[in-house]
Design a protein. Structure first.
Length: 136
């Protein structure tokens, strides 16, 4: 039973934070979504760079995880486009990539990523990063 000061959530209220997972590898995408969902996040995922901007506009995620090597449009270019878009530029983005060599992390950050995680990533690192970014 609810007290007079508590409000039942409407069907439109979003309690959980939403993460848009951008990853073309099915196993990596399943891992990211399963870890996040198992820890109370709502997730949506896209596997093709061509779908990212439209998905971000439609879903209004609280955080975006971005693979760098995607089909059709690179994650690096997508980060630039998201940062240049007035509606989407404030969404925290972190890159998840297997290619973090000399200078690569710097290039990713200069494109606008808030953080860069090197694959393989642990559940703890993933959750720590997402929790930090949604708390901003």
């Amino acid at each position: 039973m609810q007290s007079g000061t508590e409000r039942a959530p409407t069907r439109w209220a979003r309690v959980n934070k939403r993460v848009l997972v951008v990853e073309d590898d099915l196993l990596n995408r399943m891992f990211l979504c399963a870890v996040l969902e198992g820890n109370g996040f709502d997730t949506d995922s896209v596997s093709d760079g061509k779908e990212v901007i439209e998905a971000a506009r439609r879903l209004h995620p609280d955080v975006i995880t971005m693979d760098i090597n995607l089909p059709h449009i690179s994650g690096l270019e997508l980060i630039r486009r998201l940062r240049a878009d007035a509606e989407l530029k404030e969404i925290p983005i972190f890159a998840v990539t297997a290619y973090v060599g000399k200078g690569e992390e710097s290039r990713i950050r200069k494109a606008g990523a808030d953080d860069v995680l090197a694959k393989p990533i642990t559940m703890k690192t993933l959750l720590d990063t997402v929790n930090r970014l949604v708390a901003r």
